[in-house]
Ligand binder design. Structure first.
Ligand SMILES: O=C(O)CCC(=O)C(=O)O
Ligand SMILES: [Fe+2]
Length: 282
């Protein structure tokens, strides 16, 4: 797995414990969506059956009432099973091994879910390295976890294998706290992606996977959405960003802590803290 990751910039794994966690999430999504659409969840025997059903029913629901599907989207990020999934010890340990770091970090703001519906293309991404979600440095991972079957018909992700070897020159402000995560960074990342893939004309690997298969992708691997061809299926995929907390930026950050405005006396507090810190350093 590690060799694969280094060579291609991504690897995949599956694990029975992860299957259980994924199934809990799918169950909760099915229950909530059926509750708001006033339907009952049919008897489904296996994780695979649930996953295929989820793909069909979400597409069907979106035709009935698109707004209600947005409620489902919003709710997923608050489901306990969603949080248990990205914080799963098996998943985190795999990430630790790949990053060769005991200190890793996931942030609530950098974990997400996609619901890609037939005919909706505005959320599809063009080729990019993950500059916009890794503001501190790209020594990190994107865990890409399908809840429904992903393939050329249903929509999926495509990866430019081996592109992880090169970090493209990014003119965005790396350490500027106010522009850490933003739309402009994403636009720039996509411009760069297009430019570099144009050089090589390499064709990407279009991922085909069933539920249970988990992709771990380097933040430096060029990737893009692959749109769906079929009209009947929705694609639900989770993407969790994992940071390496041993990275230089985080070490610097933990030494140079900035008090934020939510505090009672941020300016005075910061000054006193800096004085204390500098004395201790001497
Ligand atoms: O799932 C996709 O279509 C790709 C999304 C993406 O670029 C990302 O999560 O970083
Ligand atoms: Fe991305």
């Amino acid at each position: 797995m590690l060799l694969d990751f280094e060579k291609k910039g991504w690897c995949h794994f599956n694990n029975a414990k992860m299957d259980t966690a994924i199934e809990l999430l799918i169950d909760e999504i099915l229950e909530f969506s059926h509750y708001i659409f006033k339907r009952s969840v049919p008897e489904l025997k296996s994780l695979r059956e649930k996953s295929s059903y989820l793909s069909e029913i979400v597409a069907e629901f979106s035709i009935k009432d698109r707004t209600k599907v947005s409620y489902v989207y919003d709710a997923i990020k608050n489901l306990p099973s969603f949080h248990s999934l990205y914080a799963h010890p098996t998943l985190l340990n795999t990430c630790r091994t790949i990053l060769n770091s005991r200190k890793i970090l996931t942030l609530k703001d950098s974990v997400g879910i996609r619901i890609d519906l037939p005919r909706e293309t505005q959320q599809l991404t063009n080729i990019h390295q993950e500059f916009h979600s890794f503001p501190y440095g790209l020594e990190g991972l994107v865990v890409w976890l399908p809840l429904t079957p992903v393939n050329e018909q249903n929509g999926t992700i495509k990866l430019f294998e081996g592109s992880n070897k090169e970090l493209f020159e990014f003119s965005g402000d790396r350490l500027g706290i106010n522009s850490l995560i933003g739309q402009n960074r994403f636009q720039e990342a996509q411009k760069l992606g297009k430019l570099h893939i144009g050089d090589e004309g390499q064709s990407p690997k279009i991922i085909t996977a069933e539920v249970g298969e988990i992709l771990i992708i380097s933040a430096t691997t060029l990737h893009a959405s692959h749109p769906s061809e079929k009209q009947r299926f929705a694609r639900l995929t989770c993407q969790f960003r994992v940071f390496n907390y041993s990275e230089e930026f985080f070490l610097w950050k933990s030494e140079n802590y900035s008090f934020n405005e939510g505090l009672k006396q941020p300016i005075a507090g910061q000054e006193l803290y800096n004085e204390f810190r500098d004395k201790r350093r001497l």
